[in-house]
Design a protein around this ligand. Structure first.
Ligand code: ADP
Ligand code: TYD
Length: 204
């Protein structure tokens, strides 16, 4: 189905909140309905994203400012190489993490959240919709236990509690907070309804 313009939909939330699950489900639904939808994620698989992954293997090896700088570099590349081209071809872009993750994660490491927001909003494309999935850190970590080293879980829980608190404080007209504890199908239904509503009002 042809759109008047591209649309950027973002999923945010702590690790294990269900972002990738919802992103995949939404893309499938949209494609079934005949829309052209593509998936991207941050950190990316590009050069900065790879650097982030390498550094992440050694927690604490980077200062908060160094982390911030790497995520911002990765995002600049993502905006230029992936998001802008897809949106200019009027696609629906579904993005797994964006600058709200920087506000929440690097904010939880002590950097001023307003400064993080400002430096990102200087160059990002503003999303049409942002779904922030909320879940207790304990529950999110349980879901991804096999992905994470068990001995890391304790230190992560306190950090993720701070991250979650910042996510919860993010407000705006395109920001939708979703209870991530609900069954995935129910969340997917709600997300789809909001996305289709937005498309019919603003785009088709
Ligand atoms: P994230 O991308 O936010 O880290 P995922 O989408 O990868 O999270 O989900 C983490 C795990 O939790 C996966 O095994 C997924 O199947 C499961 N999961 C996702 N959403 C839900 C849900 N609403 N209820 C229960 N389990 C879920
Ligand atoms: P992600 O790729 O979602 O994790 P995984 O591959 O394990 O599912 O993200 C990696 C980590 O990076 C995640 O813990 C969140 C963090 N992160 C930040 O700290 N700041 C950011 O700006 C972004 C995008 C991610």
């Amino acid at each position: 189905m042809a759109l008047k313009k591209g649309m950027l939909i973002v999923f945010e939330g702590i690790d294990g909140s269900g972002k990738s699950t919802q992103a995949a489900s939404l893309i499938e639904e949209l494609k079934e309905k005949g829309f052209d939808a593509v998936y991207f994620r941050e950190p990316t698989r590009g050069r900065w994203g790879q650097k982030i992954k390498e550094k992440a293997l050694h927690p604490g090896s980077l200062s908060p400012e160094e982390e911030l700088s790497l995520f911002v570099k990765d995002r600049k590349e993502n905006v230029k190489k992936n998001l802008k081209p897809a949106l200019s071809r009027k696609k629906i872009v579904v993005l797994d993490r964006y600058y709200y993750s920087t506000i929440a994660y690097q904010g939880a490491r002590g950097i001023d959240t307003r400064r993080i927001r400002k430096m990102n909003e200087d160059f990002v494309i503003k999303p049409d919709l942002v779904f922030i999935l909320d879940i207790e850190p304990q529950k999110g970590l349980e879901r991804i236990e096999d992905r994470e080293r068990k001995d890391k879980l304790f230190e992560q829980k306190d950090y993720l509690a701070k991250v979650r608190k910042i996510f919860k404080s993010i407000k705006g007209k395109n920001i939708i907070h979703v209870d991530g504890r609900r069954p995935k199908e129910k969340i997917a239904e709600k997300v789809e309804k909001i996305v289709l509503g937005h498309l019919s009002r603003a785009n088709v």
